[in-house]
Design a binder for this molecule. Sequence first.
Ligand SMILES: CC(C)(COP(=O)(O)OP(=O)(O)OC[C@H]1O[C@@H](n2cnc3c(N)ncnc32)[C@H](O)[C@@H]1OP(=O)(O)O)[C@@H](O)C(=O)NCCC(=O)NCCS
Length: 181
Amino acid sequence: MRHALTRQFGTPEDEWEFIDKPNCPPMVNNLPKDTYLSLSHSNGLICFAISSSSIGLDLEYVLANRNYEALSPLVMDDEELRIITRNKNEQANNFYRLWCAKEAYYKAISRKKQLETSLKNISIPTLISDRKQWFLYEGKNQQFQLSLVVKNKPEIIKCYHYPTSSNEQMFTLTLSEEFIV
Ligand SMILES: CC(C)(COP(=O)(O)OP(=O)(O)OC[C@H]1O[C@@H](n2cnc3c(N)ncnc32)[C@H](O)[C@@H]1OP(=O)(O)O)[C@@H](O)C(=O)NCCC(=O)NCCS
């Protein structure tokens, strides 16, 4: 995180003042004004986002053989359940896309709103179709699903990789404009 912050803003790596607080996004005392951060880690990979508007991201290692039809009613609304049950071949893919988008949205909203929100009540098809509120970007590689929800549509998204030799883990993020199943 220090490395990424320094690359973005120039302040020396050891000058960032991290505050460790549970159940919070990463907190840095001396960030430039209107800077938002989000962090996610899964199976040895870490993703860290720096943004000029509220942002949340979620990374998940995709496990192909889970019982998605049993898990889904706990966290998906009716429309999402239909998406999961409709296409058996894409079940793992659709489950992780919806799950990661929900977690990313949850991380992006204020603490006050988080306390009033349950994953089941976050509708990802609605979030995608209501383009004025939030923007969902998704990336996938062989093993991981990465989802990012941001308040203002970014003019540009820059992706960096550390260490730079492991480029096979790179994600290409694309804006989700429709939940195609
Ligand atoms: C907090 C939560 C979003 C973390 O997500 P996760 O997939 O378990 O873990 P990730 O690696 O993606 O994210 C962890 C990071 O999120 C950040 N984070 C933690 N709580 C956060 C919050 N309330 N808001 C935003 N970011 C948060 C921290 O930076 C954390 O990193 P750290 O553990 O190194 O401090 C998740 O556990 C959660 O509570 N989700 C929604 C609430 C809910 O309904 N939970 C029940 C799930 S069955």
